[in-house]
Design a protein around this ligand. Sequence first.
Ligand code: HEM
Ligand code: HEM
Length: 182
Amino acid sequence: MKTVQKYHGASIVLHWLMFLLLIAVYGCIELRELFPKGSEPRELLKTWHFMLGLSVFSLVWLRLLFRFITTQPKIEPPQPVWQARLATAMHAALYLMMVGMPLAGWIILSAEGKSIPFFGLELPALVAANEELAGTVEDIHETIGTAGYYLIGLHTIAALFHHYIQRDNAFLRMLPGGKRII
Ligand code: HEM
Ligand code: HEM
């Protein structure tokens, strides 16, 4: 029996809040396909996609702040160096996605000359209207959006692999709750 050293509480809360937010961000944009173009539910789902995506953008900075002002608990028993490097690269890619995707979305709406809604506010345009730019960034947004499914899937498989196959404490470190005994 030993106590698992956990991530900082704020990092754990933000990790799982971001997880729920991303499910909603993806859910809204996928579900829009069920409704005809220009219909009210489709437009509403898109608006929620924008607003929740922008919430990811607001919170990811707080998350990065906690990452740098707190120490990451060690994985016990320690994992091989190649695995640690791969995990760091995967985490960097996930952070890049959480910063880059909303930023790209914000640029798309700006370049399309559309308003950028954020829970009753209207955010300023980041660039002047430019149809070509809007099209290019939308292609990038779609491609990285699809890649995001694979990144998140691999990350989840890795977490479960640690827990059920390697039987280390990697996953328990990211679970909420008091001090956990294994
Ligand atoms: C982490 C945040 C985000 C993720 C993971 C994400 C992901 C996606 C995905 C998967 C699509 C569908 C692409 C397709 O049709 O194949 C999409 C479309 C789109 N997203 Fe995002 N997005 C995010 C944030 C944002 C934000 C913040 C905005 C705008 C402020 C935005 C604007 C758009 C637009 C304009 C489309 C095209 C919608 C349409 O024309 O029907 N996205 N996004
Ligand atoms: C939208 C989905 C997700 C995103 C964007 C995401 C993102 C991240 C990021 C960026 C980290 C690095 C934390 C840091 O050290 O700064 C992390 C760690 C972690 N995540 Fe996720 N995560 C997601 C879903 C999940 C799921 C579904 C699970 C488990 C089933 C999970 C389990 C973990 C674990 C165990 C860690 C700690 C890994 C380690 O320290 O090596 N995550 N996650």
